[in-house]
Ligand binder design. Structure first.
Ligand SMILES: NC(=O)C1=CN([C@@H]2O[C@H](COP(=O)(O)OP(=O)(O)OC[C@H]3O[C@@H](n4cnc5c(N)ncnc54)[C@H](OP(=O)(O)O)[C@@H]3O)[C@@H](O)[C@H]2O)C=CC1
Ligand SMILES: CC(=O)N[C@@H](CCC(=O)OP(=O)(O)O)C(=O)O
Length: 345
C-alpha cells in the first residue's frame, strides 16, 4: 500500500515516517511539503541519512489522489479544513492529526481554536479515532480525526470511572504536563532552551483548546459530564505527557476494586497497560512507544481518587495512534507495526 504524509518535515510527520517505513503493509511513503520540493527528505532530518532516499513533493491534490491510498495530515490547524474536503469524492482515506475535525460543534471549534471551522457536513463525516472507545466506527470511515495528545491521556485515564459512574461528574480536575516536542518543530520564545530548561511553566490556563475535546468524549460515555477543570504545564523534557487526575468517588470503593474495573475495561486494548496496586507510571516508561500506562489509587481520607496516565505525545499522542487507526481502517490487526517496547532509559 502507498501512503502519503503532508507535513512530513514536522515532528508528527517524521514520527509517522519512522513507524510507517517499518510497517509490513506499507510499500512506499510519499512525503509532501508546502515549503520545499525536489530536495532530499534527509536534508530536513540528517538522522535519516542513507535510511531515506525520499524527496519532498509538492502538495497537488489530483496527483495525490492518483498515487496514495491513505493520506496522513500532520499539519497545523487550518490546513486540514482546506485539504480534507477535496478528497471526499475519492477513495483516499484521510487521517488528520490536527484538531480541525475533532469537535462536532463548529462554534465550539471557532471559539477555542480562534479560526474558521470546516463545514458541518464534513464534520459529520469525520470519526473521532480513539480506538479504545470507538473501534467499530473507525473501521468503517474514510475520514479520521486523530485525537489530541492531552485528550488521549486524559480520556483513557478517566473513561472507566466516568462511564461506570464511579466518580461525581462535576468533580474532575486534570493537572497535565507535557514535553516540549508537543509544540512542534518551529522555534518560539516559549520553547527556547533558556526558557524551558530548569523551569516548569503553566500555560493556556483555563483556555486550552483540548478542553472541549475531552469534555465531548467524556460526555459520549456519560451525559452528566458538563465541564472539567484542566490545566497544562510545559516541563523540560523532549517527549512525554503525564495527566494527573483527581475526582470524588460516588461510593467507598477500594483501590483493588477500581484496578479490577480498569483491567476489565481495557481487556481488549493492547496499548493500555494498567499498573499494579501502588505502582504509578512515569513518562520514560512509555517513551518512543504506543502505550498509555495508567496507575490509580483511592485516597480513603478524602474520598477522592488519583489517576495517573502517561503517553509519548508523538506516538500514542499523535503518529502511533494515527497508525493504530490506519490499521483498523484498512482491516489490519491493530498492533501491526506498532507493538514495540519503549526506549529505556
Ligand atoms: N507535536 C505533538 O506532540 C502533537 C501534534 N499534534 C498535531 O499534529 C499537527 C502537526 O504537529 P507537529 O508535527 O508537532 O508540527 P510541526 O510544526 O513540527 O510540523 C508541521 C508541518 O506542517 C507543514 N505545514 C505548515 N504549513 C502548512 C500548510 N499551509 N500546508 C501544508 N503543510 C503545512 C510544515 O511542513 P512544510 O513547511 O514542509 O510544509 C511543518 O513541518 C498539528 O496540528 C499538531 O497540533 C497532535 C498531537 C501531538
Ligand atoms: C507543548 C505544547 O505547546 N503543546 C501543544 C499541543 C497541542 C496540539 O498538539 O495541538 P492540537 O492537538 O490542538 O492540534 C499545546 O498544548 O497546545
Amino acid at each position: 500500500m502507498k501512503v502519503g504524509i503532508v507535513g512530513a518535515t514536522g515532528y508528527g510527520g517524521v514520527e509517522l515516517y519512522r513507524i510507517l517505513s517499518n510497517h509490513p503493509h506499507v510499500d512506499e511513503c510519499i512525503m509532501y511539503s508546502s515549503s520545499e520540493m525536489d530536495v532530499p527528505y534527509s536534508n530536513s532530518f540528517p538522522h535519516l541519512s542513507d535510511l531515506s532516499t525520499h524527496t519532498l513533493n509538492k502538495i497537488d491534490v489530483e496527483e495525490i489522489k492518483k498515487n496514495v491510498s491513505v493520506l496522513f495530515l500532520a499539519t497545523p490547524p487550518g490546513v486540514s479544513r482546506i485539504l480534507s474536503p477535496q478528497f471526499l469524492d475519492s477513495d483516499v482515506k484521510i487521517i488528520d492529526l490536527s484538531g480541525d475535525l475533532r469537535l462536532k460543534n463548529k462554534g465550539e471549534y471557532e471559539e477555542w481554536y480562534k479560526r474558521p471551522c470546516v463545514d458541518e457536513d464534513v464534520l459529520e463525516k469525520a470519526v473521532y479515532g480513539l480506538s479504545e472507545l470507538n473501534k467499530a466506527e473507525i473501521t468503517k470511515t474514510n475520514l479520521l480525526a486523530n485525537p489530541g495528545c492531552f485528550p488521549t491521556a486524559t480520556i483513557l485515564g478517566l473513561a472507566p470511572v466516568v462511564e461506570k459512574k464511579f466518580v461525581h461528574e462535576q468533580s474532575i480536575i486534570v493537572d497535565a504536563k507535557t514535553g516540549v516536542s508537543g509544540a512542534g518543530r518551529n522555534a518560539s520564545q516559549a520553547t527556547h532552551f533558556s526558557e524551558t530548561n530548569e523551569n516548569i511553566k503553566i500555560y493556556k490556563v483555563h483556555e486550552h483548546q483540548h478542553i472541549p475535546e475531552i469534555e465531548q468524549a467524556l460526555r459520549s460515555l456519560n451525559e452528566a459530564i458538563t465541564c472539567i477543570s484542566f490545566n497544562t504545564h510545559l516541563v523540560p523534557m523532549t517527549r512525554g505527557i503525564m495527566a494527573t487526575i483527581y475526582a470524588s468517588l460516588t461510593d467507598t470503593y477500594s483501590t483493588e476494586e477500581i484496578l479490577d474495573l480498569y483491567k476489565d475495561y481495557y481487556a481488549n486494548s493492547p496499548f493500555v497497560r494498567i499498573r499494579k496496586q501502588n505502582e504509578f507510571p512515569s513518562t520514560k516508561e512509555v517513551y518512543g512507544s504506543n502505550f498509555c500506562d495508567i496507575g490509580v489509587k483511592v485516597d480513603e481520607r478524602t474520598g477522592r481518587i488519583t489517576i495517573v496516565a502517561v503517553i509519548d505525545n508523538l506516538v500514542k499522542g499523535a503518529a502511533g495512534q494515527a497508525v493504530q487507526n490506519f490499521n483498523l481502517m484498512n482491516g489490519f490487526e491493530e498492533k501491526t507495526g506498532l507493538y514495540f517496547a519503549p526506549i529505556y532509559p
